[in-house]
Design a protein. Sequence first.
Length: 157
Amino acid sequence: MPLEVTVTRLSGEWSKSMTGYKRLIEKWCGAALTTPSQPSPLRGRARVGVSVVLAGDALLRDLNRTYRGKDKPTNVLSFAGEGRELGDVILSYETVKREAKEQKKNFTQHTAHLVVHGCLHLIGHDHEKDKDAAKMEKLETSILAKLGFPDPYATTA
């Protein structure tokens, strides 16, 4: 497969909460970027790179403030790359952990959703308009179902 996923862990907590995280993230990125229902960014290329950075709230807050004007941490940010690099997906451990607990979701399940979400942003999907959000949510749900995860947008009882 021409997809090369680089996973960098900046926070030690990720490995405690998600055994085999590198292999899992590679699988999730591959699923998000090779979905048959959309044009693949891998088609016709010798290699495409994606970088996934597992960080914490401090870094995500700095990035969110610098690039989005929001002085607070967020769960995931995506930054498009150039050439053979699709870009970077950066996640915050503390925010992902807190959201998973609040939403009564498994940490790994929630992380998978955010990795898929971030990868879809790298290939041009967004959720600024309701129509685009509905399309992106449907695609995320479909990809996650193929990975064996439940609908991330289903309300919990």
